[in-house]
Design a protein around this ligand. Structure first.
Ligand SMILES: [Zn+2]
Length: 110
């Protein structure tokens, strides 16, 4: 892939599709509190660079989870189809929540 090694940075997020057809947006974030990674069940320390995985479901609705970067790369990225880089500005939480208000067929392409 690119120099990002399949992970998001401050300017670039990633978007792919799960097997179920839900969008998965990978967004780089800094932990403002302690999170637990669903990949390894370990802690994500406050202040650490990690990945927010924001799902926008095919039928509408959205939710997100905080993952370690290395767990994202090892467990999540290989499962996603059609992973593409998108501008980080297009992947703010507000925009993704708004996107989830429409079912997939009625969303704009991006
Ligand atoms: Zn982890």
């Amino acid at each position: 892939m690119s120099r990002l090694d399949g992970l998001p940075d401050t300017r670039t997020s990633l978007r792919g599709l799960t097997d179920e057809g839900h969008e998965a947006w990978l967004v780089r974030a800094i932990a403002g509190k302690l999170y637990r990674c669903p990949g390894c069940h370990g802690e994500i320390a406050i202040g650490s660079d990690h990945v927010v995985v924001h799902y926008v479901r095919r039928a509408g609705g959205s939710d997100h989870h905080h993952w370690h970067r290395q767990c994202t790369e090892a467990m999540l990225v290989p499962e996603l189809r059609g992973l593409k880089q998108v501008p980080a500005a297009a992947s703010s939480r507000d925009r993704l929540v708004a996107r989830g208000r429409r079912p997939a067929g009625r969303r704009r392409a991006r």
